[in-house]
Design a protein around this ligand. Structure first.
Ligand SMILES: Cc1cc2nc3c(=O)[nH]c(=O)nc-3n(C[C@H](O)[C@H](O)[C@H](O)COP(=O)(O)OP(=O)(O)OC[C@H]3O[C@@H](n4cnc5c(N)ncnc54)[C@H](O)[C@@H]3O)c2cc1C
Ligand code: FES
Length: 273
């Protein structure tokens, strides 16, 4: 176990800390996003791909997999939703408190492979957090991508994530469409699910589609897109299987013969379906 100050520690994507090593890092900022979600920022130099994740922990409580939702080599951010035993305890941590972290783990979005393509990024609920890193990457390298469509599904305005980034993204010619299934109380939001705002999306050979959200949402969105004529090879999904070891040892996260923790959590659709 290592205790680290923010100035003397660097995560490297290719040279992770020893596989099982936990570091306890001080939290540099906490922002309340919704009633249940909090954004934690660590001012630690870090190399990672959007879509990779950390195992976040508190001693004596447990660990939870949390996706990195930023895109920077100077810091990283985690958006945590309080849903149960571990996440409810993580979400009460304050600036200056220490969080246990293992990682970054997993296979994320290889952004270089998307360069030159039109991008469709679809996120549902807290699934918007993992794709926020993808969008930030596109934002910073906007000239390398074609058209960019962002489609988000939330229950209603009070559940929205990262609205504070919308104007920046729109200023870089990214289109944002929003579906709200409980109450469409945000300007121009469509009442319904993400599948209700896919009408304008037409198949194009040079398009990559990124989907993250509840499994049922991924299933229905992929079904609609495949029916429209998109190919499985164009679709990338993040599979949030329940994880334990996160390093390919326990088999808890197996999906169709693959380890969600090491082969994923980001998969090309045809790799598993
Ligand atoms: C790769 C990956 C990335 C993730 N990224 C994020 C993220 O960025 N932000 C975030 O808030 N959450 C994320 N999650 C989900 C998060 O790991 C779980 O919500 C968390 O582990 C729940 O732990 P808990 O002890 O608080 O809840 P528990 O007390 O264990 O359970 C609460 C409820 O959540 C369910 N649950 C528990 N663990 C998981 C799990 N791993 N996946 C799905 N359902 C689960 C239980 O069945 C139960 O219904 C991610 C999960 C994975 C696998
Ligand atoms: S979580 Fe143990 S093998 Fe993936």
């Amino acid at each position: 176990m290592t205790t680290s100050s923010q100035t003397d520690f660097t995560f490297h994507k290719d040279h992770l800390m020893a596989e099982d090593e936990i570091v306890f890092l001080p939290i540099d900022a906490v922002t309340k996003q919704t009633d249940d979600e909090y954004l934690f920022r660590f001012d630690v130099k870090a190399k990672y791909d959007p879509g990779q994740f950390f195992q976040c922990s508190l001693l004596g409580i447990g660990e939870s997999a949390i996706s990195i939702c930023s895109d920077s080599e100077e810091y990283f951010e985690l958006s945590i939703r309080s849903v149960g035993n571990v996440t409810s305890k993580l979400c009460v941590l304050k600036k200056g408190d220490h969080m246990g972290l293992r990682g970054p783990y997993g296979h994320g979005y290889e952004m270089d492979t998307f360069k030159g393509k039109n991008m469709i990024v679809i996120g549902g609920g807290s699934g918007v957090a993992p794709v926020r890193g993808v969008i930030q990457n596109i934002y910073k390298n906007r000239g390398h991508f074609g058209s960019v469509d962002l489609l988000f599904g939330f229950r209603q305005k009070s559940f929205m994530l990262f609205e504070e980034n919308f104007s920046d993204w729109q200023s870089e010619d990214m289109t944002i469409r929003i579906a709200m299934n409980e109450k469409a109380d945000y300007p121009n939001a469509t009442k319904g699910f993400v599948t209700d705002i896919l009408d304008h999306i037409l198949p194009n050979k040079n398009t990559a589609i990124i989907i993250c959200g509840p499994p049922i949402m991924i299933t229905f969105v992929a079904k609609v897109l495949l029916k429209k004529g998109f190919q499985k090879e164009d679709i990338f999904i993040s599979e949030e299987r329940h994880m334990k070891c996160a390093v390919g040892r326990c088999g808890h996260c197996m999906i169709h013969g693959k380890y969600s923790c090491t082969d994923g959590p980001v998969f090309r659709y045809d790799e598993i379906y």
